[in-house]
Design a protein around this ligand. Structure first.
Ligand SMILES: Nc1ncnc2c1ncn2[C@@H]1O[C@H](COP(=O)(O)OP(=O)(O)OP(=O)(O)O)[C@@H](O)[C@H]1O
Ligand SMILES: [Mg+2]
Length: 553
């Protein structure tokens, strides 16, 4: 007989035995290990075709398999056809780490063994402190705790565990079952309440429910992460209509602008938008130079922007090019342009009009080819009216204007920004947070965010340092946010009173005026009314400022 044929037949016979062993092992005990051992001993695991290996690892047989073995590919097909998808739940059990806490060591051992056999990662202890330590360190998701224990009882343990990690699940078990205590335990946050001796079928059912929701949670977080990536616009997070409009406009103008003005309150993301504009422009491969105009006095700012020649002023020991030359061919970003002096504005106007610069102390005029983006948190129109900003420069700059809205105008962005920063700082500090607790979310949603996204980022960054559980809770937030939460909940009812409409209007106008730092032009814009109407309303109201302060106090 052909030796190759003989060899294949031998393998085939072995495979029949192996597949049978596997099928029986699986159907009787739902356990893969014995079958795999059989496979390895008889013909070598690696010799099996990959499809069969994968099938054996991930599927279970529903009935003993008898397969015609020749040729091998046919075996694969037939084998696969009688194997069935392994239930997802069974595979997911390994994700749910469990701690068994009981003062009786025998019970700890017995329960641990049963749950381990079912596929859960289990650790056991008779010490409440050790169990709390596990909760704190995040090494278990579920604690099955005895209700009556010396030192700390199950309810006290439940409270402490939830304080450490609000995302924990605690299942209480007791030898003295009473409906009242069961209700009490559930009210305090227990996930389930079982009686002793433990009915393992019931316990497994509870744990499988948890595994199910835990796995779903993981899948949802996965999807959210993917969604978050989709909601990123050149590193800017936003999905509110106001931000989508900004992205849209940025995309439209990016190819064509030479000068652009970005306005918006402090910390709203103006610099990020400037970066995005540069990245989308045809000069994205060239340099992007940033100058913070408010950080330098006039003489230094001039030298920083236009450069200087040696000896042009004290300390100018060598000739140096400025940012306009450095970024020639690319983009210059002038942050806080509203803070520049009128003299400086005149020099900037020359660059914008003629694309020419002159180093400090040099008569030579140089041509530069740069795109210019300026940003400010001031209301430049009002500054022009007040004579603090050159009108010609303003019109030159604002031919293309992008307004980045403050966070209070787009509360819908808060949840994804939170998610973004939780992920970012979780990675920075090596803490894989699952998110914020509901109550912490509510506190963030109720805050006014005068410092906008920068303030929110700082809040999450500091909370990520202090938080020790999987979820960031109210206690991890800065003190002022916690205080405002207490204040809101205690005084929410007292704030409202049945005022006449006129008074409501003047209180509201006054508040907006305060928010805009007394800037009436901006106030009128925010209120959506003309300036004349605003003056008329202000005149009409008696003592608006004191009313507003009294009512909000
Ligand atoms: N939409 C956003 N998505 C992600 N991060 C943001 C967003 N907006 C702002 N940030 C972050 O907030 C911080 C402040 O942003 P940025 O410096 O762009 O604000 P700004 O408007 O220029 O503030 P300022 O007026 O004070 O200069 C940065 O760390 C930035 O990464
Ligand atoms: Mg800025």
């Amino acid at each position: 007989m052909n030796p190759e044929l003989t060899r294949r037949c031998r393998i085939g016979t072995r495979l029949v035995g192996m597949v049978r062993a596997f099928a029986v092992g699986r159907t009787r005990r739902l356990c893969r290990a014995p079958a795999q051992v059989a496979v390895k001993r008889r013909i070598g695991w690696n010799y099996l075709p990959r499809e069969i290996r994968t099938a054996l690892q991930t599927k279970i047989a529903t009935s003993p398999i008898v397969v015609p073995l020749w040729p091998l590919p046919c075996l694969c097909v037939l084998t696969m056809s009688v194997l069935q998808e392994r239930p997802l739940l069974e595979l997911s059990r390994k994700n749910l780490s469990i701690c068994i806490l009981d003062d009786e060591a025998d019970l700890v051992e017995l329960t641990s063994r049963r749950l381990e056999q079912a596929g859960f990662p289990v650790s056991g202890t008779t010490s409440t402190q050790e169990a709390l330590q596990k909760v704190r360190s995040g090494s278990c998701r579920v604690v099955v705790a005895d209700l009556k224990m010396p030192g700390m009882d199950g309810l006290a343990f439940l409270e402490k565990a939830l304080q450490c990690d609000p995302g924990m699940y605690v299942i209480l078990v007791t030898g003295f079952y009473a409906v009242d205590t069961a209700i009490e335990a559930i009210k305090h946050g227990a996930y389930d309440y079982l009686c002793k001796p433990i009915d393992y079928t019931r316990l497994l059912k509870t744990l499988d429910d948890l595994t199910d929701s835990f796995t779903r949670g993981l899948q949802i977080r996965d999807l959210e992460d993917k969604l978050l990536d989709n909601l990123l616009f050149h590193g800017i997070v936003g999905r509110s209509p106001a931000m989508l409009e900004v992205f849209d406009l940025a995309k439209k103008i990016a190819r064509h602008y030479t000068n652009a003005l970005i306005t918006g309150p402090t910390g709203s993301g103006k610099e990020l938008v400037a970066h995005a504009l540069h990245q989308m422009s045809p000069v994205s491969q060239e340099r992007f130079a940033v100058c913070n105009c408010s950080a330098l006095v006039d003489t230094l700012l001039e030298s920083q922007l236009f450069g200087h020649v040696r000896g042009s002023f004290t300390g100018a020991t060598e000739t140096r090019p400025g940012l306009f030359e450095y970024a020639n061919g690319g983009t210059v970003f002038l942050d806080e342009i509203g803070e520049t002096s009128l003299q400086m504005q005149a020099k900037l106007l020359r660059v914008i009009q003629n694309r020419e610069i002159q180093r400090v102390g040099s008569p030579e005029v140089k041509k530069v080819e740069v795109r210019l983006i300026a940003a400010t948190n001031r209301d430049l129109r009002a500054e022009v009216l007040a004579g603090r900003f050159r009108e010609d420069l303003f019109y030159r700059l604002s031919s293309i204007e992008l307004r980045v809205p403050g966070l209070a105008e787009r509360p819908g962005d808060i949840p994804i920004l939170v998610q973004h920063f939780v992920k970012k700082y979780g990675e920075t500090y090596g803490k894989p947070f699952q998110g914020l607790t509901r109550r912490a979310h509510i506190v963030l949603l109720q805050h006014d965010w005068p410092g906008n996204v920068r303030e929110l980022e700082n809040v999450i960054a500091s909370a990520a340092i202090t938080a020790n559980s999987d979820f960031i809770d109210v206690g991890d937030l800065p003190e002022h946010l916690q205080r405002s939460r207490r204040h809101t909940s205690s005084s929410a009812a007292a704030v409202w009173s049945p005022l006449p409409l006129d008074e409501v209007r003047s209180v509201h106008i006054q508040r907006v005026l305060e928010m805009c730092n007394g800037n009436r032009v901006r106030t009128a814009q925010v209120l959506g009314i003309g300036r004349t109407s605003l003056y008329r309303f202000l005149k009409r109201s008696d003592k608006p400022a004191s009313v507003a302060v009294r009512r909000s106090a």
